[in-house]
Design a protein around this ligand. Structure first.
Ligand code: 13P
Ligand code: SF4
Length: 362
């Protein structure tokens, strides 16, 4: 991965070194002047309108020049920005072309006509885009944006699991590295996990690496699930006691939770689903007051579009998602860094597992 320099080589998973960097191919642009001019104030005013509930007016002159120049450079480069639902509002509403959950971002990456994808999310999401679009240039504003689930398992671990459970199909949550995806039969996300497991027609399935997502799927199917002991460092911090306390304080509150939460948390939820499904639930149900049991930027993003709903935010931030910030996105478009480069053989094997999921007919 390139560290903000046009001269640096691109180093990808598998240790490959390529001297043909994105900066070599596309060139470096002049770094813009970040003054908050009247022209920038006027051009970004409609964007500020969308985020004014969550970004104080005094902060906008800091964000606006970045938003303006990122959007300008994005158009000049013919790039698109894919942003996960956990990105901060100035990214989600200010510069993203496509927003969504992991499945939606993977599907949009596959459909996109753009030659350059800037992935505002964590590293496994950028890898998934590269796996699906090997011919495109995929950039991530901070390649150290990891994920505790992706870090919990390696391709070698999957090979050992297969030896221990011969013939049992393996499903990998997309929150895994390309090396793991290359070793499994199919991927899943939190929005299609049950469907993927049942599509295999097997009595027993290995589902890794999230023990809680696996437990949630196991609670809804007769398929026996063998799992791994990975967990999301953000969602595992919620507790059932905490949610009961919120409900005791206000019995009218509705609680919706991500399936990466532990079972005692999900037992208290009125609805469980992926980040996109949680957003869909709020838009459909229009609850008076809702507690979103997930990363807290998401409530900010949805709050901008649902002004009548009161959001209670038990604020657990994902430190990896928060590495992606406007100045780094600007650097990405100026310097064409950091590029995601994968070993082609590994990427081809991983593509089979991701495409099998994307092509699954519901
Ligand atoms: P979604 O697929 O629901 O967006 O989840 C991704 C993730 O990392 C949640 O922590
Ligand atoms: Fe990974 Fe959890 Fe962050 Fe999602 S919220 S990217 S699962 S650490």
């Amino acid at each position: 991965m390139v560290q903000g320099s046009s001269a640096a080589a691109a180093i990808g998973t598998g240790g490959n070194v390529s001297l043909d960097t994105a900066a070599d191919r596309y060139g470096v642009k002049p770094y813009p002047d970040l003054a908050y001019t009247p022209e920038i104030a006027e051009a970004t005013a409609p964007i500020y309108e969308k985020v004014r509930h969550v970004i104080p007016a005094i902060e906008w002159p800091v964000h606006a020049p970045y938003v303006y120049h990122i959007n300008r450079l994005k158009a000049e480069r013919g790039a698109i920005i894919l942003a996960h639902n956990y990105q901060t509002p100035e990214i989600y509403h200010g510069v993203a072309d496509i927003v969504g959950d992991s499945l939606q971002l993977a599907q949009e990456a596959a459909k996109s006509q753009a030659e350059i994808i800037v992935q505002c999310g964590v590293h496994f999401m950028a890898e998934t885009s590269k796996i699906l679009c090997p011919e495109k240039t995929v950039l991530i504003p901070d390649s150290h944006a990891g994920c505790s689930l992706a870090a919990s398992i390696t391709g070698e671990d999957v090979r050992l699991l297969r030896e221990a459970h011969p013939g049992v199909p393996v499903v990998a949550y997309v929150n895994t590295t390309a090396d793991v995806k290359a070793e499994v039969d199919i991927c899943c996300t939190s929005s299609n996990a049950l469907e993927v497991v049942e599509s295999l027609g097997a009595k027993e399935v290995i589902m890794l690496p999230d023990q809680y997502l696996a437990a949630w799927v196991a609670s809804q199917t007769d398929v026996k699930i063998i799992t791994w002991n990975g967990a999301c460092e953000v969602h595992e911090r919620f507790t059932g006691d905490e949610l009961r306390a919120y409900r005791e304080a206000d019995p009218s509150i509705r609680i919706i939770a991500h399936p990466e939460c532990p079972p005692d948390v999900l037992a208290e939820a009125d609805f469980t689903g992926s980040t996109a499904k949680m957003i869909g639930w709020v838009q459909k149900e229009n609850p008076g007051k809702v507690l979103m049991v997930t990363e807290c930027s998401m409530a900010d993003n949805v709050a901008s579009e649902a002004p009548d709903v009161e959001f209670v935010r038990p604020c657990n931030l994902c430190p990896h998602m928060k590495r992606i910030q406007l100045p780094k996105i600007l650097d990405t478009l100026v310097y064409m860094s950091e590029e995601v480069v994968l070993d082609p053989m590994m990427a081809a094997k991983a593509r089979r597992s991701v495409e099998r999921m994307v092509n699954l007919k519901s």
